[in-house]
Ligand binder design. Structure first.
Ligand SMILES: [Ca+2]
Ligand SMILES: [Ca+2]
Ligand SMILES: [Ca+2]
Length: 839
């Protein structure tokens, strides 16, 4: 009987292999087991041009290793090279093909790409109705990009010649006149040509007609052939975030089907993705619920049980628990089951085994959450202090940046989501030095600008942490006088107070020197915006003097002709001024007794900005409640700071209405008010908290992880953290409605219980297996800055979540921000506080 069953299984398997041609599925991508070919499911319309997330993409055995398939204008396109606009997308189910229209407005250049399933391959054809414009002849080509970290050190052959993908960029380049370079985004330039008027163009690693990649790694193996010439380039020659690029230059003066490629991604027969056992890498307290979420391939057979093993003090292991697997169901492309081992409460070292898959070990112990914020407060935050030299032991993280200060931005466009309006809104002339801005403040994220809105949030987050938890932790030496920060050197002052002071120093200087808040203090030129390395070397530290030639230094050594000075973008926004005013009022409260002079300055600016901003707002045409939530929060903060009744009246007028409209988005602001209001307010809030509790539980129905999972172009850790903080405070003030166990939802998600992999999203003390690469300012080293929180799971349409841990350069999944990471401090501090409370 058994023999017979095996024979049946064999026959079924064989039929399946034969049936394994690429098929266009209902989600409009080509699929066979182990291979997904996506054709502009994600087009080039992200926030930052070429995000390496678009065009023709291949998800190869679960990993998105190929993207960027499109007509492009460069051998190795960079982030700010032009991207095509998708003008049409036609799916032909009968023919098994997808056709996409692409257009470059800058060059009035249209093309079409048609992808057709042909057995185990797809044919990619480029069609032109009009020849390539003369300006792009020899430059426009069809490109496909391959993820370096998945291909480096693997072999490849071009027309049979043996090769290996280099671990580091080490091929050759030529330089060409700038006049031959296709225009970049808004006319900006990604490079400093050092006065040569020439740009760098990589030479191909190989050229031919038939390339086979990674025959030494079946899950990555792919074959591409064409009658046209194929050239393989290494994009890392121009930019560390470049990919390997395979390309065919479009022929001149031709129309019709001008390029044809045959692309065959190899599929491992009957490939089943290994189960991803999601659990908290930080571990669990004995009393909390403990549920692993196991992500399974849709072709995988669910096993009836899983086991928990304990590693004993003598190094031997024993089975601690065996429990049933329960089904949750399908969520996008995978099937989800759960393993509940909450009944195991004995402190110890454990791992989970499901079938042949074992996790790394984790702890069950009362103290597992004790250190979850330490790396963020002791390491990540001080390293992001701007205008300071930051030292750690033998290592310098960065010298003192931007010594020459900030110039008034001229009316201009910009590359990081802001711009300077038609006037400066200040007393300064364009390019004039604004004194006193090069003090305090925090780097925005993986870049080095001071985003004013974010810095306001940062100071607010620190003040909240200080006022709620009064953390006395002192691990950091901060001297504003010496402009020097030394990690792990206590100086007798709680670090949080010093962080508040540092943030306020910059923001108060903005208010005093500019007269109102700037939008941002940022780079003036694109070629130093993408800086990787020591922040102190972004600019030359010398005042820009346009009377000198570029790269020339004045005789006194103080000025240079290099236009690298940072700019202050000063278009006035009264809403931002109001936010700053509320923050300044709270800051003056927090700083009193520590830095009275700064506290006084903050209060003075708070009063002035509030008055001026209110006047400006009253003169503006009424807008439909667009900033209501911000206003509401500002009114609350202003009431707390000043105790003036009219702010409270305004807040009360707004909050109930807001809660009626949307409980979930307004609950945190409502909870923020609780400590300052009476019992009547709390009672009135109670039914809304009950509604919020329903909202929390609804996530158990929406997805297997029970948290709000964002599907945007920047992964959703911000939303998850706000949710976590709100849940924590809802529990603190209404423990009978929101139960204690709810606070672990977000902790589980952050520390490893999520799709794709089970690594902790926080480079954190305490986690067994934190993520190892992040998009920080040291990303070129494939590294991290301790305490960073990754945005997490990036959703790619139509059904793929990913978080690369071998490739740091996708900001939407790996970049920690100063506002997000200080939000994490509040989440972590409140979680620790609740964990410690006795039931
Ligand atoms: Ca920025
Ligand atoms: Ca300190
Ligand atoms: Ca300079």
């Amino acid at each position: 009987m058994k023999r017979y069953l095996n024979l049946v299984a064999f026959l079924v398997a064989t039929t399946m292999v034969q049936a394994q041609d690429l098929k266009l599925n209902d989600l409009e991508y080509f699929e066979r087991q182990g291979v997904n070919v996506l054709v502009f499911s994600n087009s080039f319309n992200g926030g930052f041009n070429d995000e390496k997330n678009s065009g023709i993409e291949i998800i190869h055995h679960g990993v998105r290793t190929v993207q960027g398939g499109a007509v492009r204008l460069n051998n190795t396109p960079e982030q700010w090279d032009l991207v095509p606009k998708m003008t049409s997308r036609k799916v032909d189910k009968d023919k098994g093909s997808i056709e996409v229209g692409m257009r470059y407005d800058d060059y009035d250049f249209d093309s079409r790409v048609v992808v057709t399933a042909k057995g185990k391959s797809v044919e990619i054809a480029v069609w032109l109705d009009k020849p390539v414009p003369a300006a792009l002849a020899g430059e426009a080509g069809f490109n496909l990009e391959f993820l370096p970290s998945q291909y480096w050190l693997k072999t490849f052959t071009m027309d049979g010649r043996l090769n290996r993908f280099p671990r580091y960029a080490t091929s050759q380049t030529v330089t060409r006149p700038n006049s031959e370079k296709p225009r970049q985004f808004k006319g900006f330039k990604t490079y400093d040509d050092r006065g040569t008027d020439r740009f760098v163009d990589p030479l191909p690693l190989e050229t031919g007609h038939d390339i086979v990649m990674a025959m030494d790694e079946p899950e990555r193996m792919i074959r591409i052939s064409s009658d046209s010439e194929l050239k393989l380039f290494d994009g890392r020659m121009l930019a560390q975030n470049g990919w390997f690029v395979l390309r065919t230059i479009l022929p001149k003066d031709k129309t019709g089907k001008v390029v044809t490629w045959t692309v065959e991604p190899y599929a491992v027969p009957n490939w089943i993705r290994e189960p991803n056992i999601g659990f908290s890498q930080v571990g669990y307290t004995p009393e909390q619920s403990k549920v692993a979420v196991i992500e399974l391939d849709k072709n995988d057979k669910v096993k009836p049980t899983a086991q928990l093993f304990r590693i004993k003090a003598d190094g031997t292991q024993e089975k601690a628990f065996q429990g049933k697997i329960t089904s949750w169901g399908n969520y996008y492309k995978y099937n989800y089951v759960k393993f509940d081992f909450s009944s195991v409460r004995e402190p110890g070292i454990y791992y989970i085994q499901y079938g042949d898959t074992k996790t790394n070990n984790f702890l069950i112990d009362e103290h597992v959450y004790d250190k979850i914020t330490d790396a963020t407060t002791d390491v990540w935050v001080p390293i992001h202090m701007n205008h300071m030299y930051v030292n750690e032991g033998y290592r310098t993280w960065h010298g003192e940046p931007f010594k020459e200060g900030y110039l008034q931005a001229p009316p201009s466009d910009h590359f990081d989501l802001h711009s300077q309006g038609a006037t400066t809104d200040t007393k300064y002339k364009p390019y004039e030095l604004i004194q006193g801005l090069n003090v305090g403040g925090f780097f925005d994220a993986g870049d080095f600008d001071i985003e004013t809105g974010s810095n306001i949030s940062v100071v607010e987050n620190f003040i909240r942490t200080w006022e709620l938890f009064k953390p006395q932790r002192d691990e950091t030496f901060v001297s504003e006088e010496q402009r020097y920060v030394d990690l792990y050197r206590p100086d007798g002052v709680p670090d949080i107070l010093q962080f508040i002071e540092h943030g306020v120093l910059n923001l108060v200087a903005q208010a005093e020197q500019i007269g109102h808040m700037s939008q941002t203090l940022s780079n003036s030129v694109l070629d130093n915006y993408h800086h990787l390395g020591d922040a102190a070397s972004i600019t030359d530290g010398l005042h820009y003097d346009p009377s000198l030639k570029p790269y020339e230094v004045s005789a006194d050594g103080k000025r240079s002709g290099t236009p690298d000075d940072m700019w202050a973008f000063t278009t006035r926004n009264p809403q931002l001024d109001l936010r700053a005013a509320a923050m300044f009022a709270a800051a003056s409260r927090a700083l009193k007794g520590y830095n009275d002079e700064l506290a006084e300055r903050a209060l003075t600016q708070s009063k002035r900005l509030t008055q001026e901003a209110n006047e400006l707002v009253s003169r503006q045409p009424a807008r439909r409640n667009r900033n209501q939530r911000g206003n509401m929060s500002t009114n609350l903060q202003l009431y707390i700071a000043t105790k003036e009744q009219h702010y409270l009246d305004k807040f009360e007028e707004q909050i109930w209405n807001a809660l009626e409209q949307n409980v979930s988005t307004n609950m945190m602001t409502a909870l923020d008010a609780v400590p300052y209001m009476g019992e009547t307010y709390k009672n009135k809030l109670r039914p809304y908290v009950e509604k919020y509790n329903d909202y929390i539980h609804d996530f158990d129905r929406q997805n297997p992880y029970g948290v709000p999972i964002g599907l945007g172009n920047w992964a959703g850790v911000g939303g998850v953290l706000s949710f976590g903080i709100t849940v924590n405070y809802a529990h603190l003030y209404f423990p009978d409605i929101v139960k204690k166990d709810e606070i672990y939802r977000v902790a589980n998600w952050l520390y490893g219980c999520h799709p794709y992999h089970n690594y902790s999203f926080v480079a954190v003390v305490g986690a067994t297996r934190p993520k190892q690469v992040f998009y920080g300012n040291n990303r070129a080293d494939f590294s991290f800055i301790p305490g960073n929180v990754a945005p997490g799971l990036l959703f790619r349409k139509p059904d793929h979540f990913e978080n690369f841990d071998d490739w740091p350069f996708l900001w939407g999944q790996n970049e920690g921000t100063i506002a997000g990471n200080t939000q994490y401090i509040i989440f972590g501090a409140s979680l620790k506080g609740i964990v410690k409370e006795k039931k």
